[in-house]
Design a binder for this molecule. Structure first.
Ligand SMILES: [Zn+2]
Length: 144
């Protein structure tokens, strides 16, 4: 009887050790960030129309330059449920992030106000972006 108890204890220790080791291999990284919704509208992306009614940057170093609407800083087309804007010194372009309530997205965009532990999540409409609002979420950084 005592041997069985010891065996159970040893097995228990072994399985917990194994669990630790496997966690180390399939390492999951998490980050708690403040996530804000955005869309391609003037209000979210800081653009205006020039005298020729062309969209141009409203402020910043690119002020007055033509702006392509819905095109991310990395050159891709912004897609709802996929496009994430981040501070690329923390999350470089191409980083995949699993955001609870949004989905698994890719860092494709950035913005002057997006610094540090902040993300902007791209939505199809301004209404959806407002509905998301600003949330503190713990995202999973997917390493492949
Ligand atoms: Zn908007």
């Amino acid at each position: 009887m005592k041997i069985i108890v010891k065996l159970v204890i040893v097995l228990f220790i072994l399985t917990s050790l194994a669990a630790c080791v496997s966690r180390g291999f399939g390492k999951k990284d998490y980050a708690t960030v403040e996530a804000t919704g955005y869309c391609k509208c003037q209000e979210c992306c800081g653009w205006k129309r020039n005298l020729l009614m062309q969209p141009v940057y409203a402020y910043g170093s690119m002020e007055g330059e033509r702006k392509k609407l819905g095109i991310t800083a990395s050159g891709s087309k912004a897609k709802p449920g996929r496009t994430i804007a981040a501070d690329t010194s923390i999350f470089p372009f191409g980083t995949k992030l699993k955001v609870p309530g949004y989905g698994t997205g890719t860092v494709e965009d950035r913005g002057g106000a997006i610094k540090g532990a902040r993300l902007d999540l791209f939505f199809r409409t301004h209404k959806q972006a407002l509905e998301w609002g600003r949330q503190t979420v713990t995202v999973e950084i997917i390493r492949e």
